[in-house]
Design a protein around this ligand. Structure first.
Ligand code: HEC
Ligand code: HEC
Ligand code: HEC
Ligand code: HEC
Length: 153
Protein backbone atom coordinates (compact mmCIF):
# COMPACT_ATOMS: atom_id res chain seq x y z
CA UNK A 1 0.00 0.00 0.00
CA UNK A 2 1.42 3.37 -0.87
CA UNK A 3 1.15 6.46 1.31
CA UNK A 4 -1.88 8.77 1.76
CA UNK A 5 -3.95 7.39 -1.14
CA UNK A 6 -5.09 4.47 1.00
CA UNK A 7 -7.24 6.97 2.94
CA UNK A 8 -8.84 8.63 -0.10
CA UNK A 9 -12.27 7.13 0.58
CA UNK A 10 -12.44 9.02 3.90
CA UNK A 11 -11.42 12.20 2.14
CA UNK A 12 -14.10 11.77 -0.49
CA UNK A 13 -16.80 11.25 2.15
CA UNK A 14 -15.67 14.33 4.02
CA UNK A 15 -15.69 16.36 0.81
CA UNK A 16 -19.27 15.29 0.06
CA UNK A 17 -20.38 16.24 3.58
CA UNK A 18 -18.68 19.64 3.30
CA UNK A 19 -20.20 20.29 -0.11
CA UNK A 20 -23.63 19.28 1.21
CA UNK A 21 -23.26 21.59 4.21
CA UNK A 22 -22.19 24.45 1.93
CA UNK A 23 -25.22 23.99 -0.33
CA UNK A 24 -27.51 23.81 2.73
CA UNK A 25 -25.94 27.01 4.11
CA UNK A 26 -26.41 28.84 0.78
CA UNK A 27 -30.06 27.73 0.55
CA UNK A 28 -30.85 28.74 4.16
CA UNK A 29 -29.04 32.04 3.67
CA UNK A 30 -30.98 32.82 0.50
CA UNK A 31 -34.26 32.13 2.33
CA UNK A 32 -33.44 33.95 5.59
CA UNK A 33 -31.67 37.14 4.44
CA UNK A 34 -34.37 39.74 3.67
CA UNK A 35 -34.53 41.83 0.52
CA UNK A 36 -32.48 44.99 0.60
CA UNK A 37 -30.02 43.69 3.18
CA UNK A 38 -26.61 45.23 2.57
CA UNK A 39 -27.77 47.93 0.16
CA UNK A 40 -26.75 50.70 2.61
CA UNK A 41 -24.90 48.67 5.22
CA UNK A 42 -25.39 45.85 7.66
CA UNK A 43 -29.17 46.25 7.85
CA UNK A 44 -32.34 45.88 5.75
CA UNK A 45 -32.77 48.98 3.59
CA UNK A 46 -36.59 48.74 3.82
CA UNK A 47 -36.34 49.28 7.63
CA UNK A 48 -35.85 53.00 6.95
CA UNK A 49 -39.18 53.19 5.14
CA UNK A 50 -40.94 51.09 7.82
CA UNK A 51 -39.71 53.40 10.59
CA UNK A 52 -40.62 56.55 8.68
CA UNK A 53 -44.17 55.25 8.19
CA UNK A 54 -44.94 55.00 11.94
CA UNK A 55 -47.43 57.67 13.04
CA UNK A 56 -45.87 60.38 15.22
CA UNK A 57 -46.86 60.23 18.91
CA UNK A 58 -45.37 63.54 20.01
CA UNK A 59 -46.48 66.87 18.56
CA UNK A 60 -43.54 68.91 19.85
CA UNK A 61 -43.76 71.96 22.10
CA UNK A 62 -44.17 74.40 19.21
CA UNK A 63 -47.55 72.86 18.39
CA UNK A 64 -48.89 73.25 21.95
CA UNK A 65 -48.09 76.95 21.91
CA UNK A 66 -50.25 77.54 18.84
CA UNK A 67 -53.40 77.03 20.94
CA UNK A 68 -52.25 77.26 24.57
CA UNK A 69 -50.32 80.54 24.43
CA UNK A 70 -51.69 81.41 27.89
CA UNK A 71 -49.79 78.45 29.37
CA UNK A 72 -46.67 79.32 27.40
CA UNK A 73 -46.90 82.88 28.77
CA UNK A 74 -47.43 81.65 32.33
CA UNK A 75 -44.17 79.67 32.12
CA UNK A 76 -42.07 82.72 31.18
CA UNK A 77 -39.20 83.32 33.60
CA UNK A 78 -39.85 80.05 35.44
CA UNK A 79 -37.34 77.24 35.81
CA UNK A 80 -39.94 75.03 34.13
CA UNK A 81 -40.06 77.30 31.06
CA UNK A 82 -37.95 75.05 28.89
CA UNK A 83 -39.38 71.65 29.92
CA UNK A 84 -41.33 70.18 27.01
CA UNK A 85 -45.10 70.13 27.59
CA UNK A 86 -45.25 66.48 26.63
CA UNK A 87 -42.60 65.56 29.22
CA UNK A 88 -45.42 65.91 31.75
CA UNK A 89 -48.55 65.59 29.61
CA UNK A 90 -47.38 62.60 27.57
CA UNK A 91 -47.55 62.16 23.81
CA UNK A 92 -50.38 64.30 22.43
CA UNK A 93 -50.05 64.53 18.65
CA UNK A 94 -53.60 63.17 18.19
CA UNK A 95 -54.91 65.96 20.44
CA UNK A 96 -52.79 68.63 18.71
CA UNK A 97 -54.05 67.54 15.27
CA UNK A 98 -57.67 67.68 16.36
CA UNK A 99 -58.55 68.73 19.95
CA UNK A 100 -62.12 67.41 19.53
CA UNK A 101 -60.84 63.93 18.82
CA UNK A 102 -58.94 63.54 22.08
CA UNK A 103 -59.09 65.49 25.31
CA UNK A 104 -55.91 64.99 27.36
CA UNK A 105 -56.22 63.47 30.82
CA UNK A 106 -54.49 65.82 33.26
CA UNK A 107 -51.40 64.21 34.79
CA UNK A 108 -51.45 63.36 38.49
CA UNK A 109 -49.22 66.14 39.82
CA UNK A 110 -47.64 64.23 42.70
CA UNK A 111 -46.62 61.29 40.50
CA UNK A 112 -45.23 63.47 37.75
CA UNK A 113 -43.41 65.92 40.08
CA UNK A 114 -41.70 63.15 41.99
CA UNK A 115 -40.37 61.44 38.85
CA UNK A 116 -37.99 64.40 38.62
CA UNK A 117 -37.83 65.87 42.15
CA UNK A 118 -37.82 62.84 44.47
CA UNK A 119 -34.75 63.08 46.69
CA UNK A 120 -32.05 60.67 45.57
CA UNK A 121 -28.33 60.71 46.36
CA UNK A 122 -27.47 59.91 42.75
CA UNK A 123 -28.87 63.26 41.57
CA UNK A 124 -26.59 66.32 41.42
CA UNK A 125 -26.75 68.27 44.70
CA UNK A 126 -27.67 71.44 42.81
CA UNK A 127 -30.88 69.90 41.45
CA UNK A 128 -33.91 70.80 43.61
CA UNK A 129 -35.19 67.63 45.29
CA UNK A 130 -37.51 66.90 48.16
CA UNK A 131 -38.55 64.12 50.49
CA UNK A 132 -42.37 64.10 50.25
CA UNK A 133 -42.64 62.73 53.81
CA UNK A 134 -41.03 65.90 55.15
CA UNK A 135 -42.08 68.46 52.55
CA UNK A 136 -45.39 70.30 52.16
CA UNK A 137 -47.25 68.49 54.98
CA UNK A 138 -48.22 65.67 52.60
CA UNK A 139 -50.57 68.01 50.70
CA UNK A 140 -51.02 67.83 46.93
CA UNK A 141 -48.08 69.56 45.22
CA UNK A 142 -50.44 71.78 43.24
CA UNK A 143 -52.01 73.29 46.37
CA UNK A 144 -48.80 75.31 46.76
CA UNK A 145 -47.01 75.04 43.38
CA UNK A 146 -48.30 75.95 39.92
CA UNK A 147 -46.88 73.17 37.73
CA UNK A 148 -46.25 75.67 34.93
CA UNK A 149 -44.47 78.14 37.22
CA UNK A 150 -43.58 76.24 40.40
CA UNK A 151 -41.47 78.87 42.19
CA UNK A 152 -42.95 80.21 45.40
CA UNK A 153 -41.82 83.76 45.95
C1 HEC B 1 -55.36 73.02 17.63
C2 HEC B 1 -55.33 73.60 18.95
C3 HEC B 1 -54.65 72.80 20.05
C4 HEC B 1 -53.37 72.28 20.07
C5 HEC B 1 -52.34 72.32 18.94
C6 HEC B 1 -53.18 71.72 21.37
N1 HEC B 1 -54.31 71.86 22.13
FE1 HEC B 1 -54.59 71.26 24.06
N2 HEC B 1 -56.54 71.82 23.98
C7 HEC B 1 -57.15 72.47 22.92
C8 HEC B 1 -58.56 72.67 23.23
C9 HEC B 1 -59.56 73.36 22.32
C10 HEC B 1 -58.77 72.09 24.51
C11 HEC B 1 -60.05 72.02 25.30
C12 HEC B 1 -60.71 70.69 25.02
C13 HEC B 1 -61.96 70.49 25.80
O1 HEC B 1 -62.15 71.15 26.82
O2 HEC B 1 -62.74 69.62 25.38
C14 HEC B 1 -57.49 71.57 24.96
C15 HEC B 1 -57.26 70.93 26.16
C16 HEC B 1 -56.02 70.56 26.65
C17 HEC B 1 -55.76 70.02 27.95
C18 HEC B 1 -56.82 69.66 28.98
C19 HEC B 1 -57.25 70.87 29.73
C20 HEC B 1 -58.23 70.51 30.82
O3 HEC B 1 -58.66 71.46 31.46
O4 HEC B 1 -58.56 69.32 31.00
C21 HEC B 1 -54.42 69.82 28.07
C22 HEC B 1 -53.66 69.26 29.25
C23 HEC B 1 -53.84 70.22 26.81
N3 HEC B 1 -54.83 70.66 25.97
C24 HEC B 1 -52.49 70.14 26.53
C25 HEC B 1 -51.95 70.31 25.27
C26 HEC B 1 -50.57 70.02 24.91
C27 HEC B 1 -49.51 69.55 25.88
C28 HEC B 1 -50.43 70.29 23.58
C29 HEC B 1 -49.20 70.10 22.73
C30 HEC B 1 -48.79 68.71 22.54
C31 HEC B 1 -51.73 70.74 23.09
N4 HEC B 1 -52.61 70.72 24.13
C32 HEC B 1 -51.99 71.12 21.79
C33 HEC B 1 -56.52 72.88 21.76
C34 HEC B 1 -55.24 72.52 21.36
C1 HEC C 1 -43.72 69.98 34.97
C2 HEC C 1 -44.82 69.30 34.33
C3 HEC C 1 -45.66 70.08 33.33
C4 HEC C 1 -45.23 70.73 32.22
C5 HEC C 1 -43.81 70.87 31.69
C6 HEC C 1 -46.41 71.27 31.58
N1 HEC C 1 -47.53 70.95 32.30
FE1 HEC C 1 -49.45 71.45 31.90
N2 HEC C 1 -50.05 70.65 33.65
C7 HEC C 1 -49.27 69.92 34.50
C8 HEC C 1 -50.07 69.42 35.59
C9 HEC C 1 -49.57 68.56 36.76
C10 HEC C 1 -51.38 69.90 35.38
C11 HEC C 1 -52.61 69.63 36.24
C12 HEC C 1 -52.75 70.73 37.24
C13 HEC C 1 -53.82 70.41 38.25
O1 HEC C 1 -54.13 69.23 38.46
O2 HEC C 1 -54.33 71.35 38.83
C14 HEC C 1 -51.35 70.67 34.13
C15 HEC C 1 -52.43 71.31 33.57
C16 HEC C 1 -52.46 71.81 32.28
C17 HEC C 1 -53.64 72.33 31.59
C18 HEC C 1 -55.06 72.43 32.15
C19 HEC C 1 -55.15 73.30 33.36
C20 HEC C 1 -54.68 74.71 33.17
O3 HEC C 1 -53.78 75.11 33.94
O4 HEC C 1 -55.19 75.41 32.29
C21 HEC C 1 -53.24 72.70 30.34
C22 HEC C 1 -54.11 73.28 29.24
C23 HEC C 1 -51.81 72.44 30.23
N3 HEC C 1 -51.37 71.92 31.43
C24 HEC C 1 -51.04 72.68 29.12
C25 HEC C 1 -49.65 72.67 29.10
C26 HEC C 1 -48.83 73.17 28.02
C27 HEC C 1 -49.37 73.73 26.72
C28 HEC C 1 -47.53 73.02 28.39
C29 HEC C 1 -46.28 73.46 27.63
C30 HEC C 1 -46.23 74.86 27.21
C31 HEC C 1 -47.53 72.38 29.70
N4 HEC C 1 -48.83 72.20 30.09
C32 HEC C 1 -46.40 72.01 30.40
C33 HEC C 1 -47.91 69.67 34.37
C34 HEC C 1 -47.11 70.22 33.39
C1 HEC D 1 -39.31 66.56 33.62
C2 HEC D 1 -38.75 66.85 34.92
C3 HEC D 1 -39.54 67.74 35.86
C4 HEC D 1 -40.82 67.54 36.31
C5 HEC D 1 -41.80 66.45 35.92
C6 HEC D 1 -41.07 68.57 37.28
N1 HEC D 1 -39.97 69.38 37.38
FE1 HEC D 1 -39.74 70.92 38.70
N2 HEC D 1 -37.95 71.37 37.84
C7 HEC D 1 -37.34 70.64 36.85
C8 HEC D 1 -36.12 71.31 36.45
C9 HEC D 1 -35.15 70.84 35.38
C10 HEC D 1 -36.01 72.46 37.26
C11 HEC D 1 -34.89 73.50 37.27
C12 HEC D 1 -33.77 72.93 38.09
C13 HEC D 1 -32.58 73.83 38.17
O1 HEC D 1 -32.69 75.04 37.96
O2 HEC D 1 -31.50 73.28 38.46
C14 HEC D 1 -37.19 72.47 38.13
C15 HEC D 1 -37.43 73.43 39.10
C16 HEC D 1 -38.48 73.36 40.02
C17 HEC D 1 -38.68 74.25 41.14
C18 HEC D 1 -37.83 75.46 41.46
C19 HEC D 1 -36.79 75.10 42.45
C20 HEC D 1 -35.87 76.25 42.74
O3 HEC D 1 -34.73 75.95 43.11
O4 HEC D 1 -36.26 77.40 42.56
C21 HEC D 1 -39.79 73.84 41.82
C22 HEC D 1 -40.39 74.46 43.07
C23 HEC D 1 -40.31 72.69 41.09
N3 HEC D 1 -39.48 72.43 40.03
C24 HEC D 1 -41.47 72.02 41.45
C25 HEC D 1 -42.07 71.07 40.65
C26 HEC D 1 -43.41 70.56 40.84
C27 HEC D 1 -44.34 70.99 41.97
C28 HEC D 1 -43.63 69.64 39.86
C29 HEC D 1 -44.91 68.89 39.56
C30 HEC D 1 -46.06 69.71 39.19
C31 HEC D 1 -42.43 69.56 39.05
N4 HEC D 1 -41.52 70.45 39.55
C32 HEC D 1 -42.25 68.69 37.98
C33 HEC D 1 -37.79 69.46 36.31
C34 HEC D 1 -39.03 68.91 36.53
C1 HEC E 1 -47.87 73.37 51.85
C2 HEC E 1 -47.29 73.91 50.65
C3 HEC E 1 -46.41 72.99 49.79
C4 HEC E 1 -46.75 71.76 49.29
C5 HEC E 1 -48.03 70.98 49.47
C6 HEC E 1 -45.61 71.34 48.49
N1 HEC E 1 -44.62 72.29 48.52
FE1 HEC E 1 -42.86 72.26 47.52
N2 HEC E 1 -42.28 74.00 48.39
C7 HEC E 1 -43.09 74.76 49.20
C8 HEC E 1 -42.37 75.97 49.56
C9 HEC E 1 -42.88 77.10 50.45
C10 HEC E 1 -41.11 75.89 48.93
C11 HEC E 1 -39.98 76.94 48.93
C12 HEC E 1 -39.29 77.00 50.23
C13 HEC E 1 -38.28 75.92 50.29
O1 HEC E 1 -37.28 76.02 49.58
O2 HEC E 1 -38.48 74.96 51.06
C14 HEC E 1 -41.08 74.63 48.23
C15 HEC E 1 -39.99 74.17 47.48
C16 HEC E 1 -40.06 73.06 46.64
C17 HEC E 1 -38.97 72.62 45.77
C18 HEC E 1 -37.62 73.27 45.66
C19 HEC E 1 -36.73 72.69 46.70
C20 HEC E 1 -35.32 73.23 46.60
O3 HEC E 1 -34.45 72.55 47.16
O4 HEC E 1 -35.11 74.27 45.99
C21 HEC E 1 -39.40 71.51 45.12
C22 HEC E 1 -38.63 70.69 44.09
C23 HEC E 1 -40.76 71.26 45.56
N3 HEC E 1 -41.12 72.20 46.50
C24 HEC E 1 -41.52 70.20 45.09
C25 HEC E 1 -42.74 69.84 45.66
C26 HEC E 1 -43.43 68.61 45.33
C27 HEC E 1 -42.97 67.59 44.30
C28 HEC E 1 -44.56 68.58 46.07
C29 HEC E 1 -45.63 67.48 46.13
C30 HEC E 1 -45.11 66.17 46.54
C31 HEC E 1 -44.59 69.80 46.89
N4 HEC E 1 -43.45 70.51 46.61
C32 HEC E 1 -45.58 70.14 47.79
C33 HEC E 1 -44.36 74.47 49.59
C34 HEC E 1 -45.08 73.31 49.31
Amino acid sequence: MNGWLKDREHLARMAVIFAGALVLFLVVRAVMVPNGFGTYGHFRSGALKDNASHPLSYAGRQACGDCHDDIVASRKGSKHERIGCEACHGPLSVHADDPDKMKPVLPDAKTICLTCHLENVTKPKSFPQIDPAEHGDGGPCTSCHNPHHPEIS
